[in-house]
Design a protein around this ligand. Structure first.
Ligand code: C2E
Ligand code: CA
Length: 526
């Protein structure tokens, strides 16, 4: 999975032009910075809204208390006073209470006097109500119903305007029952509380009225952008660093990617062949194809350097394709013994591509003529992706007669299930196990145990890294059948390999002839 991400990243992100990489990195970091700033602003604004709403509610509470006290004074206007005197008293009370605009006293006997005789509204039943006024505007009406009725009307609009000035541009509204009064879009009473943005609601006057303080999303977004310049600057700097790091990576990658592509175009890659032999007689039964690179400037580049570089740069598949084509051309004129194995190293990533089947076909056609077998070697270090596509590719290859070898066996974590699931035909044991013979009894025991496991699974073992005759004898006595290593032959050019192979076959034939002659002589003397 990680490897797939790396390949995708390498192919799609790092292959873009530097300007694009920089822009994307900057935009990405700015977006991330702005989201962080937004989150911080929302948290801060929520606290601020709550604080403002509580403060506005306190002021309103104070105003209503003043109104209540004024109502007590209205209650106290004597019934026997003339209406003219009472009206004057009511007018004085209206004058003394901020935002008050009307007052009225109705005695128990039904007599009524008001500060403004031209108004004749009915006395509301509730102690606190919001009313639309005939002359325009809205009134917050306080009423006492004791020994008659006392009413004081506050100008709701001017009251809201005053509360609004102390709310740092936040919208203040009053909610009474199902009605909502705000000054935001002109004075209006709405039946639904607008819920766009952040809001905080605080109850006033024992639940008779609610104060709502609101901030629109537009303002919140704007604050996140303008009031968090420090975060945005940091994001910008992070974007710059990210862009720079990506471009450095791109340059590093591009060097290898470009060089490898150039190497393929200029045929700088070529192949070496290393024999695989039988343990008992050292008879060559197969070969492993190994990539080599002769760089025009650096000379021979080690395969343990350029293979991982090609994998990182997403160039291993084009390189393998090139090698498969090259090997098929090279081996065409070469005579090979029947059943001869030709091992080609394949990256796990390549085995997940349906194209691999087509990639193998030219070499398969050549090998089929010679009754030779293609063996694809996949390393145990990178587990095969458990995808349907990979299983399908493996199945298709099998139908074409391709065999599968698990390379570097002992370096990864392949268990019996893994071996069964993918149906490997060969296990190529990591060379460390042979070099450990006589030194590391733990590894030697693992090597011994491997034989019985492989027999149970019906898999053939190829032991790599055999460098001495002692190792060959040991492995042969133990029952291992296929070996590979410098003792039998180092990786060599095709021409060398041909000479080596034919001389080996001739030697084998003459040795067999000598053995037969000796046996015949022994029989005749008996
Ligand atoms: P590998 O598949 O394990 O290949 C065998 C490596 O062991 C070769 O190294 C070979 O030279 C070395 N070797 C063989 N016998 C002996 C021995 O007796 N003693 C010692 N010390 N070493 C021995 P090479 O050619 O440098 O290849 C290194 C690795 O690079 C290969 O390991 C393989 O994983 C990878 N590789 C080489 N060619 C290709 C290729 O065409 N495609 C891919 N995907 N990987 C490749
Ligand atoms: Ca190999």
């Amino acid at each position: 999975m990680l490897k797939r991400v790396r390949v995708w990243w390498s192919r799609h992100v790092l292959s873009a032009r530097p300007a694009v990489i920089y822009t994307v990195a900057l935009l990405l970091c700015l977006l991330l910075g702005w989201l962080l700033a937004l989150l911080a602003t929302i948290v801060q604004e929520r606290t601020e809204l709550q604080w403002r709403a509580e403060s506005v509610a306190r002021q309103l509470e104070l105003q209503l208390t003043q109104g209540d006290m004024a109502l007590l004074r209205i209650d106290a206007i004597p019934a026997e006073a003339s209406c003219m005197a009472s009206s004057a008293g009511l007018a004085a009370i209206v004058q003394s209470v901020p935002h008050a605009r009307h007052a009225l006293r109705e005695w128990a006997d039904g007599r009524r006097c008001s500060a403004n005789p031209s108004r004749s509204e009915a006395v509301p039943a509730q102690p606190l109500s919001l009313q639309s006024l005939a002359g325009g505007g809205y009134g917050l009406v306080l009423a006492h119903h004791a020994n008659g009725h006392s009413v004081l009307e506050l100008n709701a609009v001017s009251l809201l305007e005053q509360l609004q000035t102390q709310s740092r541009g936040m919208r203040v509204g009053l909610v009474w029952g199902a009605q909502y009064l705000s000054l935001a879009d002109g004075v209006a009473v709405l039946s639904v509380l607008p819920d766009s943005g952040l809001l905080y609601r605080q109850t006033v006057s024992g639940g008779l009225l609610d104060v709502v303080v609101q901030e629109t999303w537009g303002t919140v977004f704007q604050r996140a952008l303008l009031h968090r310049l420090d975060t945005m600057l940091l994001a910008l700097a992070a974007g710059g660093v990210l862009g720079w790091a990506l471009i450095r990576r791109k340059l590093a990658r591009n060097t290898s990617s470009w060089e490898i592509a150039q190497g393929i175009r200029n045929r700088e890659f070529f192949t070496h062949y290393q024999p695989i032999v039988t343990a008992e007689l050292g008879e060559c039964v197969g070969v492993e194809v190994l990539a080599r690179w002769r760089h025009p400037v650096q000379g021979a580049v080690r395969s343990d350097l350029f293979i991982p570089a090609a994998e990182d740069a997403g160039m291993i598949v084009p390189l393998t394709r090139y090698l498969l084509r090259r090997v098929s051309k090279e081996l065409k004129p070469v005579a090979l013994p029947p059943g001869f194995m030709v091992g080609v190293n394949i990256a796990a990533e390549h085995l997940g591509m349906p194209d691999l089947v087509e990639d193998c076909k030219p070499l398969l056609a050549v090998l089929r003529e010679k009754k030779a077998v293609l063996v694809l070697e996949v390393s145990e270090r990178f587990p095969l992706p458990e995808h349907q596509v990979t299983h399908r590719v493996v199945q298709d290859l099998r139908q074409l007669g391709v065999k599968l070898a698990l390379d570097d066996f002992g370096l990864g974590h392949a268990d019996r299930n893994y071996l069964r699931r993918w149906g490997f035909d060969y296990l190529k044991v990591e060379k460390g196990y042979v070099s450990a013979l006589g030194k590391d009894s733990f590894k030697a025991n693992i090597l011994d145990g491997l034989l019985s496991t492989s027999r149970q699974l019906g898999v053939q073992v190829i032991v790599k890294g055999v460098e001495t005759q002692g190792q060959q004898n040991y492995l042969s006595v133990k029952g291992f059948q296929l070996l590979q290593g410098f003792y039998f032959g180092k990786p060599m050019t095709l021409n060398h390999f041909r000479q080596w192979l034919y001389s080996g076959i001739t030697q084998d034939r003459s040795a067999a002839a000598a053995r037969e002659a000796a046996a015949a002589a022994a029989n005749s003397t008996r």
